[in-house]
Structure formats: structure tokens, C-alpha cells
Design a protein around this ligand. Structure first.
Ligand SMILES: [Zn+2]
Length: 290
């Protein structure tokens, strides 16, 4: 059954790389029924940038890819920009911790300007490494995370968090961080969330669920805001390391074949949540729908 023409089908977090499938992956997303992508930046080089110019070039690559996806794959594509939090570890080795922190600050501020000027819709990924890191770096990691929320606050945009999997206490501590920086917690999104918690345990944050098998059915009855994502990596050296970019439209098709009445519930992640967190409604009449 073709997907309903008035239902946007949104992947809330993916990556594309000039060296990978790139626009071709977005075309696969579109032919499966997908309409909107949130495209997060990533390092397109083997080593993370060691200068602001390096990040400027990286962000420009992401914005350029998003434009190509819109033009060549007819998928609406929103850029999400920030220096990857894990970069700080390598940069601290090369530049020293303080200079690495200052580089991340400058890159965050550049990303904030890109949002203010309309080339990106959110800061992401911000946060901290999802694995243990040297204790002597923790004050720098924390300072970068705080500054990311301050920049997002001033740009008036959401912040997409990369960190370890969180339990209720972890979500509460991020909510506390948000309030201590005067960042609105309802714009703080935990990406790559794999194990749904009871909806009351998110402390006001927004979960972006990894679209593994079964998850859509598990969370479908939840009210907005929540998202679905693949975190597609577009890395030809790691095929199958993450979900394919066509996963969300395929899961939606399967669900609607089985239960056509669930279309109204799908508007929660794909329409109401985007509006609640980003302040705009994804337009399903844009190209991208076959
Ligand atoms: Zn990611």
C-alpha cells in the first residue's frame, strides 16, 4: 500500500558522506516512502579538525550535501551542526586540553551562526563521549557540553545530545544541566536512545529512538514529542554497522499494511514532535513522495 500522501516520513538523525553513498542513499530513502531527513554533520576526514577552518569546511560540506539531497533526491533535508564531542579527546592530545576546548567553543559558535542564518536547524551532536575517557579531561568535556547548550539557547534552537545510554537518573542530570544553563529542556533531544523508559522518566527531555525492529510498535502510543532515527553512517567500510537509511519508511509501510488506522499516531513523531521541538511543521506536499 502506498504511504498516505499527507503523512511526512521523517528520519530524525542520519549521516551522509561525500565518500559514501551520499545522495544515492537519500534516493533509496525516498523510493521507500521517506520525505524528510535531519542530516547531522560528521568528520569527513580521517582525523578530526584541529582548526576552526577545518570545522567551517566540514559544516559547509554538510550543508552542501543537504542541498544536493533536496535537489537531486527530492527529500527535504535539514542540517544539524556541531563539533563531535568525541573529537575533543584527539584534539586534547594534539593541541592540549585548553586549546582543544577553545577550538570546540569556536566551532560551536560557528554552528550557532549557521542556525541563526538559516543554514541549519539544530546544534548536534553535542554532549560527551559515550565511553570512559581520562578523568583529567572531564572538566573540559563538561565545559564544552555546557557551552553547546548556551550557544543553542542563544540561537533559539534544539540541541541533539550524544552520550552514553541514559537511565532515569541520567535524564534527570541532563535536565539539571539544561536548567543551570537556562536551556529549555523541551528542546534537548537524546539521540540514539535504544531502550525505551516509561514516558515519565525522561525528565522533560525528548527521546529519539533508534528504529530497531519492534521499537515503533512499542512506542507508537506515546504522545509527542519523540522521534525515530537510523543514525545511518554512510560508511562503505562498515556496511550493516547501523540501520539502513530506508529503515523508517519500510517500518512505517509494514505497520500501515497491518493497521491502517495507526496513521494518526504516526503524526506524533513525524509532525507534532517536529513542531514541538523545532517550531515548524514538515510539509508533506514537498517532493519526495512517489
Ligand atoms: Zn550520529
Amino acid at each position: 500500500m502506498p504511504l498516505p500522501a499527507d503523512l511526512p516520513v521523517v528520519d530524525h538523525h542520519c549521516h551522509l558522506a561525500p565518500s559514501g553513498e551520499s545522495v544515492e542513499a537519500a534516493r533509496r530513502f525516498a523510493s521507500a516512502g521517506g520525505t524528510h531527513l535531519f542530516l547531522a554533520t560528521q568528520n569527513y576526514t580521517a582525523e578530526p579538525p584541529t582548526s576552526l577552518a577545518g570545522y567551517q569546511e566540514q559544516f559547509a560540506t554538510t550543508v552542501g550535501l543537504a542541498e544536493r539531497v533536496e535537489r537531486e533526491a527530492a527529500v527535504t533535508c535539514y542540517s544539524v551542526l556541531a563539533p563531535y564531542p568525541v573529537d575533543l579527546l584527539a584534539q586534547a592530545k594534539q593541541l592540549g586540553a585548553r586549546e582543544a576546548m577553545e577550538l570546540q567553543f569556536a566551532a560551536l559558535e560557528h554552528a550557532g551562526r549557521e542556525v541563526e542564518e538559516g543554514r541549519a536547524v539544530a546544534l548536534g551532536e553535542v554532549g560527551r563521549p559515550h565511553f570512559p575517557y581520562p578523568a583529567e579531561l572531564s572538566e573540559y568535556v563538561d565545559a564544552v557540553f555546557r557551552h553547546a547548550l548556551e550557544v543553542a539557547r542563544d540561537a533559539g534552537c534544539p540541541a541533539i545530545v550524544h552520550c552514553e545510554e541514559l537511565d532515569a537518573a541520567g535524564f534527570q542530570s541532563l535536565a539539571n544541566l539544561a536548567s543551570s544553563t537556562l536551556f529549555p529542556v523541551q528542546k534537548l533531544v537524546k539521540h540514539y536512545h535504544r531502550r525505551p523508559l516509561p514516558p515519565t522518566e525522561y525528565a522533560g527531555l525528548v527521546p529519539s529512538y533508534l528504529a530497531r525492529r519492534g521499537i515503533l510498535e512499542e512506542v507508537l502510543d506515546r504522545p509527542a514529542p519523540w522521534f525515530l532515527e537510523t543514525d545511518f553512517l554512510d560508511d562503505p567500510r562498515r556496511p550493516g554497522a547501523v540501520l539502513d537509511l530506508a529503515t523508517i519508511p519500510r517500518r512505517v509501510s509494514t505497520l500501515l499494511d497491518r493497521d491502517p488506522s495507526s496513521v494518526e499516531r504516526l503524526r506524533q513523531p513525524f509532525v507534532e514532535s517536529v513542531e514541538a521541538v523545532y517550531g515548524f511543521r514538515p510539509d508533506p506536499t514537498r517532493p519526495g513522495r512517489k
